[in-house]
Ligand binder design. Structure first.
Ligand code: EPU
Length: 338
């Protein structure tokens, strides 16, 4: 059963805390609710958008359609052997609560992804990643409502076509698949991913020599809390831009301007630190009215209280223009712009 609400403020439904209105709004708590929304004649001609916790969205205007707030819950063990478990989680489950649930049960694989804001269902859309782990490393399959077929379908990991912060849900079939649950393959004998130097430093500071998955999670929580603003206190959507991937020639050209450039090999190409580029272009900690570039991590744009989506967008365009002018690199937003 779904209850339709009209002319609803979305301020509490986006982590930037932007004031925007939705013409129509429903919460879905089950696959049946989701099916009802997508098969009801009442909504047939409405533009629809599914949101989880709204932690990767910038509303730049009111939404003249139906916002579908995903609250499909449930965490279920569907298979296990001596080494691994398969766990299904509803797409509306809070990501960090799911991570903690898995750590409590001793299932490893997503501890490096601790404290990432958002829901389970949003995680595959942009193939969330942090501290050397990406969602695709542990994802088994995704169940989704297919708007073309009008039925639920299961996609294997390969069918999701994951890339850096990208997937079939964000590109080839954007708006055509609504995720209802995700199945993860986690390990009962976890191999810890400690390639990220900051994790080892945090563990050392915590006085831990032989780390467990919970220790890794605590290390990640402490790193994230020290660098990234809490959206409850300061509206933001995490990294605003993706780290750009450029040719070796472009990377070398920038290095000849400033040898401190932070870059990582990425296949044949190089991934540059967008945070470094933005900082080097002079934006770190810079504030214009209600909008700012966060003082501890310049990849994060913040709302100091009353910013509009248009103000944040304009600020982001200025950053893009100056990084382009200075380094010839195009920064692509990671956040969904609406
Ligand atoms: N750096 C700077 N200045 C800055 C920020 C970063 O010089 O203002 C340089 C530093 O050298 C730093 C390096 O960039 O050591 C890497 O910074 P960080 O570890 O914060 O990672 P990131 O590349 O800026 C990415 C993800 C984050 C994720 C971290 C950790 C993207 C777009 N962002 O940021 O994800 O938490 O790695 O793995 O890939 C998000 O997607 O919302 C997000 C926060």
């Amino acid at each position: 059963m779904i209850t339709l609400q009209k002319n609803i403020s979305l301020q509490a439904h986006n982590s930037f805390g932007i004031e925007a209105n939705a013409k129509l709004f429903v919460e879905v708590k089950s696959e049946d609710d989701l099916k009802e929304v997508y098969t009801s004649a009442q909504f047939e001609h409405e533009r629809k958008m599914v949101i989880g916790s709204g932690s990767n969205i910038l509303f730049t205007q009111d939404f003249d359609g139906l916002i579908v707030k995903n609250q499909i819950g449930g965490i279920e063990l569907i298979n296990e052997d001596a080494d691994e478990v398969l766990i299904r989680a509803g797409s509306g489950v809070h990501w960090h609560e799911f991570v903690l649930h898995c750590i409590d049960h001793g299932w490893g694989g997503i501890e490096n992804l601790s404290l990432i804001p958002g829901t389970v269902g949003a995680a595959p859309v942009q193939n969330i990643g942090a501290y050397g782990v990406e969602l695709k490393d542990v994802l088994h399959s995704v169940r989704a409502w297919d708007l073309g077929l009008n039925e639920f379908v299961e996609l294997s990991r390969d069918q999701c076509e994951f890339g850096y912060r990208s997937s079939i849900f964000k590109h080839q079939r954007k708006g055509q698949l609504v995720i209802s649950s995700v199945v993860f393959r986690l390990s009962k004998k976890p191999v810890l991913q400690r390639s990220y130097g900051a994790i080892n430093e945090a563990l050392k500071a915590m006085g831990i020599a032989s780390a467990s998955i919970r220790d890794i999670s605590n290390a990640v929580i402490s790193i994230r809390s020290s660098k990234l603003p809490d959206p409850v206190q300061l509206g933001n959507a995490g990294s605003f831009f993706k780290n750009p991937v450029v040719s070796k020639e472009r990377m070398e050209a920038i290095c000849s301007l400033d040898a401190h450039l932070v870059s990582f090999p990425f296949g044949e190409a190089f991934k540059l630190s967008a945070g470094w580029l933005i900082e080097a272009a002079g934006w770190k900690g810079h504030r214009e009215g209600n909008v700012g570039c966060y003082e501890k991590q310049s990849l994060v744009l913040v709302n100091f209280g009353r910013a509009t989506g248009k103000e944040i967008l304009a600020f982001s365009h200025n950053i893009q223009a100056s990084v382009w002018e200075k380094y010839g690199v195009e920064l692509e937003p990671e956040v969904n712009l609406l």
